[in-house]
Design a binder for this molecule. Structure first.
Ligand SMILES: [Zn+2]
Length: 324
């Protein structure tokens, strides 16, 4: 199975598996979809499968010459082009044009993976178009484009377009756990949800101080209530740390809102034998109204910060409300 390492993206897998089985791959594919959804990983898995020299259906086999060369990053029939600075330049495409004019070194195909195709300006795009219009035999071009900018329409018209969509929550968590084995389950899940089903974005979202503060806040929120004075002290301490978070404070608000929404879902659809999440005891004491009030408190804090209210004060009011 070429795509056994890929979680989700069933449509794309089916389409390409069928094309490979029938030996009817197109010359050019364009993978589109949001950043971090897994387009490049998918392209690499496809390239590995195409460059495996094993004849059996189990590709990539992982031990033939093709697989070993690919794994070492030195396969002569695999070309990878990334933006040089902000964009893919005309010289890069000229170099590619020359490279694909020769037959592949091995007996199979040459795979060309071009990332961030949307950064290409007209000149480079026109040069690539010439390759796509008269594709040299035994070359497969995998173009990867983010949705951040439109791709030149002439390029679009010459490729088979494969759309990628955000993963389901469970799939995203699985990928995040694979990519970040050091994260605990709660953090992996929070970040997967925060990344909106695009696990590749998690690396940029990781902020250990913010994650620790999230854990501490949730611990305080779900703890058995202590005497009021001690509880206020704890809330103010957390609020102080929260106010010091710079641009990631919004992200912490998102994570807290996700936590309370999860509690609502758990109350509405209790699953028998589900693993006990943090706050299982506290959940008994909360009703839906409490939970919805807490989400509203997080939203209110977010709005107040957007209106430039005093940061420290906003965090204090929020924490006192949440641990109450
Ligand atoms: Zn192999």
């Amino acid at each position: 199975m070429v795509f056994s390492s890929i979680i989700g993206q069933v449509k794309a897998k089916k389409l390409l598996t069928r094309a490979m089985a029938a030996d009817r791959l197109a010359h050019g594919y364009l993978f589109t979809g949001p950043d971090g959804v897994g387009k490049t990983s998918f392209g690499l898995a496809l390239a590995a499968g195409l460059l495996c020299e094993q004849k059996s259906a189990e590709k990539p086999c992982g031990h033939c010459a093709g697989c070993l060369q690919f794994a070492s990053g030195n396969h002569p029939d695999f070309l990878r082009i990334c933006p040089d600075g902000a964009a893919i330049k005309i010289d890069q495409i000229r170099g590619l044009k020359k490279a694909v004019s020769f037959s592949p070194f091995g007996s199979g195909v040459r795979v060309v993976l071009i990332e961030d195709v949307q950064t290409m300006r007209r000149e480079a795009g026109n040069s690539l178009l010439k390759i796509l219009e008269e594709p040299p035999p035994d070359n497969v071009l995998l173009l990867i484009a983010s949705e951040s900018e439109p791709v030149l329409p002439t390029i679009l018209s010459r490729c088979q377009i494969i759309p990628f969509s955000p993963l389901s929550d469970d799939q995203a968590v699985q990928v995040v756990e694979k990519l970040h084995p050091d994260l605990n389950r709660e953090d992996a899940r929070s970040l997967a949800l925060l990344a909106g089903g695009c696990p590749g974005q998690v690396a940029a979202l990781r902020d250990e101080a913010m994650l620790q503060l999230r854990t501490d806040c949730i611990q305080a929120i779900t703890a058995v209530p202590e005497e009021p004075a001690r509880q206020i002290e704890l809330a103010l301490d957390l609020a102080g740390r929260m106010a010091e978070l710079q641009e990631n404070l919004d992200m912490l608000f998102d994570l807290l809102a996700i936590f309370f929404k999860d509690q609502i879902v758990a109350q509405l659809s209790p699953v028998q034998g589900a693993e006990v999440s943090p706050g299982a005891a506290q959940r008994e004491r909360w009703n839906l109204q409490h939970l919805s009030d807490k989400i509203l408190a997080v939203d209110a804090a977010r709005n107040e910060l957007a209106r430039n209210c005093n940061r420290g004060l906003v965090c204090e009011v929020l924490l006192l409300e949440l641990v109450a």
